[in-house]
Design a protein around this ligand. Structure first.
Ligand code: GLC
Length: 699
């Protein structure tokens, strides 16, 4: 390969809007190894033909796209999918996305995003798989298996991309693209964990991120890109930068100019440059000045070609030209409906206000998010078959008939502060027996570059609720949002609160299924919900501090402890929390031994009983805590979980095997090791409840 041909492979740009002669000439010269997010079926097929037949080496083009939570069929936003704790269904959804995207000529998705996020002000929390490294790792691996299938070179498999490597979610202040400071033990124990799980799942590519990490931008960070990813994990695919993140090394105050940016990113191991073109324009002068060497370029090009080979692109994988179906097949929509249903988290249900009986009388459906196609799809839906979307209003009308449903948006959108629509909404509520209030945030307030300093319901929603509450009708609140919001006063006024995230194409039928009891809600929070934004960051796997607050402590003694005078120290809703239409009881965990040696394992079991009158799924969670060690340990850490479907009265024993090695952490000597000590272990419905069993870990 010539230098230009190698640099061509290392360069990715958006597919142009037209196939100009200049563009075709560039293809013949091998100027671009990959395109992102664009091109019709025909354009991609023609460009591929030129690359294969009219360029000197005939190297196939790699087409990438942001298929973040579905392509034609849109699934819940990843944060919503994370609330399902259902790895296999998440895998099935990713498989659907791969089948639809590959049929549209796409070979590679920039997904799964697995940044750990502990700050709901950050708009991209919508795209992530929550605050816990274990849950995020399990779900990210499931998505990778779904995208890449059993054989990466199968015609309906696409390469996955573990992003944004690494630490992007720790942006100071939750402000997107902001600085991150993450000490190595936290980096390894929390932020790197899902990316390591992705490596074990065989992810084909990684994407470096926008953020600087401890002063070194992640798109030029030799420690994470070489020491960890290549040397420790043995990754042999390729790394793509994020959008212009190589050129952005300059505004970071890291690179002096574009040549310096190219030099530092190439040396660090960013194989492919997305959109900025510093590699192509400066590599030759850097070579001549011996600031980079040809081996670095060879390694980068080879990593890229290796993935193209693994995808079967050199073995005649044909660019499809058949038009996409007018509407997704029922099989795909059914998976979307099931995933959306399982993503719903019941946060409050006073006196079993839910499920609604079909003979509920007249229902008022109020709020702009009850009937907004774009908003229920959520952020990052570049494709999305709009005609297949069914809104909650549509689905509720299907359940009850048009006559019994009075619809009044009340507001034009979630940001609307006007009270013009209030009278009509109050009238609809007054003329009904039950009010279904759809609140939350629009899609445009969520995702990239959408950090918010306030977490309450935007616009005039809180005033609208106050007016509707005056009617005295029972309020059922459904919140659609791309992040945890704060809505304590609204929840106080509601009989029930169901959190629906942005639920995707089949969000309407899924919400109606749960509201009317076709299925009990089983979602559990993948992130902590703060009482107020002032508590942020607040997350379950925190350290104890030397003065842990406790609700039970006597008043005076409780003063000098770690809490807020005006917001306490506990969240509104904890990680792992979610109600059902039934109730479950847990026995105290039993242990197979009271003491185990460092290399051994222990069995932990408990009996879970459905003590209510609905069949329902419970997400049984296993947590541990080490009381003392060479570094402080979190007050709880999720180690495993199990989905249990139990009929009314049914009891099931759940048994987990806990390996002492699984209790290892990154110690002050820079080694992963478990240490002797007292271990508490919970089998519980969430991260804040249950009584622990205790065992000793000994040398
Ligand atoms: C964006 C995002 C990244 C996405 C890429 C391509 O800025 O940070 O997640 O995959 O650019 O669209």
């Amino acid at each position: 390969m010539t230098l230009e041909e190698k640099l061509g492979q290392m360069s990715q740009t958006p597919f142009p809007s037209a196939m100009s002669d200049k563009f075709k000439e560039e293809l013949r010269k091998g100027r671009w190894g990959s395109f992102l997010n664009g091109g019709t079926l025909q354009q991609k097929a023609e460009a591929q033909r030129i690359a294969l037949k009219e360029s000197r080496l005939g190297i196939p083009i790699l087409y990438g796209q942001d298929v973040i939570h579905g392509f034609d069929t849109i699934f819940p936003i990843p944060l919503g999918s994370a609330a399902t704790w259902d790895a296999d269904l998440v895998r099935q959804a990713a498989r659907v996305a791969a089948r639809e995207a590959s049929a549209a000529g796409i070979h590679w998705t920039f997904s799964p995003m697995m940044d750990i996020a502990r700050d709901p002000r950050w708009g991209r929390i919508a795209e992530c798989l929550g605050e816990d490294p274990y849950l995020a790792g399990v779900l990210a691996a499931a998505m990778i298996r779904g995208y890449q299938g059993d054989k990466l070179d199968a015609v309906d498999s696409i390469a996955a991309c573990a992003k944004h490597y690494v630490g992007y979610g720790a942006a100071e202040g939750g402000r997107d693209y902001n600085t991150t400071w993450i000490p190595e033990n936290l980096l390894r124990e929390v932020y790197l964990k899902p990316f390591e799980a992705a490596r074990r799942a065989g992810v084909a590519t990684y994407m470096s991120a926008f953020n600087s990490l401890n002063g070194v931008p992640t798109s030029a960070n030799e420690f994470t890109l070489k020491q960890v990813l290549r040397n420790e994990w043995g990754f042999d695919g390729f790394v793509v930068s994020d959008y212009e993140s190589v050129r952005e090394l300059i505004p970071h105050g890291f690179a002096a100019d574009e040549a310096d940016a190219a030099r530092r990113a190439i040396r660090a191991g960013v194989d492919m440059e997305m959109v900025s073109t510093t590699y192509f324009r400066h590599a030759k002068s850097l070579l001549d000045a011996q600031q980079i060497d040809m081996k670095q370029l060879d390694d980068a090009a080879r990593n890229i070609l290796r993935v193209k080979y693994r995808l079967g692109l050199f073995d005649g994988r044909v660019q499809p030209t058949a038009p996409r179906p007018a509407t997704p097949p029922a099989e795909f929509l059914d998976i979307a409906r099931r995933l959306a249903r399982e993503s719903l988290v019941l946060l409050k249900n006073t006196n079993s206000a839910l499920p609604l009986n079909k003979s509920v009388g007249k229902v008022a459906v109020i709020g702009p998010l009850a009937n907004s196609v774009v908003d229920q799809l959520g952020t990052w839906t570049l494709g999305g078959n709009r005609s297949a979307v069914r809104t909650p209003l549509t689905a509720i009308r299907e359940q009850l008939g048009e006559q019994r449903v009075k619809w009044s948006p009340g507001l034009r959108n979630s940001r609307d502060t006007s009270h013009e629509g209030f009278a009509d909404a109050v009238k609809a509520a007054s003329a009904s027996d039950t009010v279904l209030l759809f609140l939350g945030e629009e899609q445009s307030l969520s995702g990239e570059a959408s950090s918010r300093a306030y977490l309450n319901l935007p616009g005039g929603q809180e005033e609208l609720v106050a007016e509707i509450a005056k009617t005295g009708k029972p309020l059922i609140v459904v919140i659609m949002a791309g992040r945890p919001l704060t809505f304590h006063d609204v929840a106080e006024k509601a009989a029930a609160v169901l959190y629906a995230w942005h639920p995707g194409t089949m969000g309407g039928p899924a919400i109606a299924d749960v509201l009317f009891g076709a299925e009990a809600p089983s979602g559990r929070l993948p992130v902590t919900f703060p009482r107020t934004v002032g508590q942020v960051p607040i997350y379950y796997n925190h350290m104890s501090t030397g003065r842990p607050a406790s609700e039970t402590g006597p008043g005076a003694a409780n003063k000098f402890t770690s809490k807020y005078l005006d917001a306490g120290f506990t969240p509104e809703y904890p990680f792992g929390y979610g109600l059902s239409y039934t109730s479950f009881s847990y026995s105290t965990p039993k242990l197979s031994a009271a003491t185990i040696a460092l290399g051994a394992s222990i069995k932990v079991s408990a009996e879970v009983t459905n003590t209510g009158k609905y069949p329902a799924t419970e997400i049984v969670q296993l947590y541990t805590r080490q009381l003392s060690a060479s570094t402080t340990r979190p007050v709880r850490e999720l180690r495993d979980f199990r989905r249990l479907l139990l009929k009314p009265g049914e009891k099931q024993a759940v048994e987990f095997t806990l390996n002492a090695a699984g209790l290892a952490f990154f110690n002050p000597q820079g080694k992963w090791a478990a240490e002797p000590g007292t271990i508490h272990v919970w089998i519980s419905p969430d991260s804040a409840s249950g009584q622990p069993a205790v065992f000793e870990l000994t040398r």
